[in-house]
Design a protein around this ligand. Structure first.
Ligand code: 4NP
Length: 151
């Protein structure tokens, strides 16, 4: 059974959105997959997703209820088959924590080669349209990752 972990900074905007979007898109194709998300920072542990993120997700048909922030731990590198970073800072922070052991983290957008941007921009300090953009990017990368897992 494959296990997929999405990682951003706070685990309240991008990575829980990726969890919800990927879970919905993958569920009919790969029923026994495990999906989770985490943050490299510990500021929001235990908190639900940002209200703007969950409202935008709901508008686009995705359900973020039941998700709560946690921080990445070293066991994650041994537990998960795919660890997907939203931006290069997340990737660098993950590589430091991993210390050469376990699953190597990847940039999630590397699974969406048709989109030029390799990083999903942090929407936290921006406007509402940033959250819609994040979902569109995550949809593309999710479908690329599903293709990779099914290949
Ligand atoms: P995320 O966004 O990494 O996509 O969850 C952020 C959430 C919170 C903060 C920064 C980014 N923050 O500074 O609290």
């Amino acid at each position: 059974m494959k296990k997929v972990l999405f990682v951003c900074l706070g685990n309240i905007c991008r990575s829980p959105t990726a969890d919800a979007v990927f879970t919905k898109r993958v569920s009919k194709l790969i029923p026994n997959i495990i999906v989770d998300s985490a943050g490299t920072a510990n500021w929001h542990i235990g908190n639900p997703p940002d209200a703007r993120a969950s409202a935008t997700a709901e508008e686009q048909g995705y359900d973020m209820s039941g998700l709560y922030a946690r921080a990445v731990i070293r066991d994650d590198f041994h537990d998960f088959d795919y660890i997907l970073a939203m931006d290069r800072q997340n990737l660098s922070d993950l590589e430091t924590l991993r210390d050469g052991q376990g699953t190597k983290p990847q940039l999630f957008m590397d699974f969406a080669p048709a989109i030029a941007m390799r990083e999903i921009p942090d929407p936290y300090y921006g406007g509402e349209d940033g959250f819609v953009k994040v979902i569109k990017m995550i949809e593309q990368a999710s479908d690329g990752l599903i293709d990779k897992i099914l290949a």
